[in-house]
Write a protein that binds this ligand. Structure first.
Ligand code: ADP
Length: 383
């Protein structure tokens, strides 16, 4: 009987241990499954955040990195490596970032904007709560470089416009005052009146160019069609004939008949700008040669070559900027506004083309405009 009882107790013990082991195994399976699910979730979150253009950093209350996506690393200008568990300061040493993040970790959302190397970024730090307890902070970084650059250009442009308008206006009011007060009379007065007329017409040209640029900035759709480059070049050269003659500059047109896909008015305007410059910045007895060509692949080109003063190579990059002039006094003498080439570049790019420059000081310049070639099956409006 005793043996029987002992045997039964042993079996019960074995069953108990076995049940316990089963339970542990079950828990292990559950932990493994949960760990796998967690890893899957992490993988999914990482895949999502790594595809974001915005930078995202999740921080603990001790300012260590819990999660960081690759956009955040590149926007902060840090090296692409693993930052998990490291201090935020391994990623960036921006002083305002420290203040903003610690403010978020004190429970108050904060933000600022700053240049991070080549990029202008906006930073937003927000506290994270779990069951009303602050458990960390999230830092969102947005790339605002494009907007900041265009803002800067706009500010510079406004400052330049004010300056450019002020100069002729000051002259006009100065000359007018002298005539009004009787300080200038007779031939002097007539001379001043001539200068007023000249400055007023300079002002008019400047305002026309500024309005033209702002219209182009609006990116209004423009109708496009089949444009014969040779025909447009002939028209442009015909209108410049008298000016060129007065400066003793010869004009010629050569090349093959090619058709561009573009806007005839825009092409005429940009070629007029280039040819006018080629005459203006030429020397007595010089020449302007315009050539139309097929190519490169799917494109057609017009080359405007002159034998003028040339452009120094360090100005090649800036020559298409608004108000940039190599020689300010020569440009003003010839009634230039410093806007012609930037308008030309705008017009070319609006039609899907490009403009390049080659020049040697004292020898001449050559501007090449490349536009899409007309293809019968393609039509519509310019973007
Ligand atoms: P501008 O009204 O002053 O002519 P543009 O934008 O047309 O303005 O040209 C900008 C500057 O580029 C000019 O002031 C001049 O210094 C230079 N430039 C343009 N075209 C030529 C050229 N064909 N030869 C020499 N310099 C040129």
């Amino acid at each position: 009987m005793k043996k029987l009882l002992q045997g039964a107790a042993f079996s019960a013990g074995v069953i108990l241990v076995w049940t316990l082991l089963e339970k542990i195994r079950g828990q292990q399976r559950m932990i493994r499954r949960q760990t796998e699910e967690l890893a899957d979730d992490r993988g999914t979150i990482k895949a999502i955040t790594d595809n974001m253009r915005e930078g995202l950093v999740v921080l603990t209350p001790a300012e260590t990195v819990l999660s960081v996506n690759s956009s955040a690393i590149s926007l902060l200008g840090a090296a692409q490596r693993n930052y998990l568990g490291q201090s935020l300061w391994a990623l960036s040493r921006l002083p305002q970032l420290r203040e903003t993040v610690s403010q978020a970790l004190r429970g108050k959302a904060a933000g600022f904007s700053a240049w991070c190397g080549q990029r202008y970024c906006r930073f937003f730090a927000s506290p994270v709560y779990q069951d009303r307890e602050l458990t960390g902070a999230i830092l969102l970084i947005l790339d605002d470089t494009q907007r900041e650059r265009s803002e800067k250009l706009r500010r510079e442009f406004s400052a330049n416009v004010s300056h450019e308008l002020k100069t002729p206006l000051t002259s006009i009011s100065g000359f007018a005052e002298m005539i009004e007060t009787g300080m200038a009379s007779g031939e002097d007065a007539r001379n001043f009146a001539r200068r007023i007329t000249r400055e007023a017409s300079r002002l008019q040209t400047l305002i026309d160019d500024i309005i033209r640029l702002s219209r182009l900035d609006e990116q209004l759709p423009a109708p496009m069609g089949r444009v014969s480059l040779s025909a447009v070049c002939r028209e442009v050269l015909a209108t410049l004939g008298m000016v060129a003659e007065s400066r003793q500059v010869s004009l010629s047109l050569s090349g093959t008949e090619v058709w561009a896909r573009g806007n005839a008015g825009m092409i005429r305007e940009l070629l007029t700008n280039l040819c006018e410059n080629a005459v203006k910045y030429n020397r007595e007895g010089g020449s302007v040669e315009v050539e139309t060509r097929s190519g490169p692949e799917g494109m057609v080109s017009v080359i405007v070559r002159d034998t003028g003063i040339g452009i120094p190579s360090d100005s090649f990059q800036r020559i298409f900027e608004r108000f940039y002039r190599v020689d300010k006094s020569r440009s003003k003498q010839t009634g230039g506004t410093g806007l012609g080439l930037s308008i030309a570049k705008h017009l070319v790019e609006r039609q899907g083309g490009s403009i390049t420059l080659e020049s040697a000081l004292g020898e001449g310049s050559s501007f090449t405009v490349t536009l899409p070639e007309w293809q019968e099956n393609k039509c519509g409006e310019l973007p």
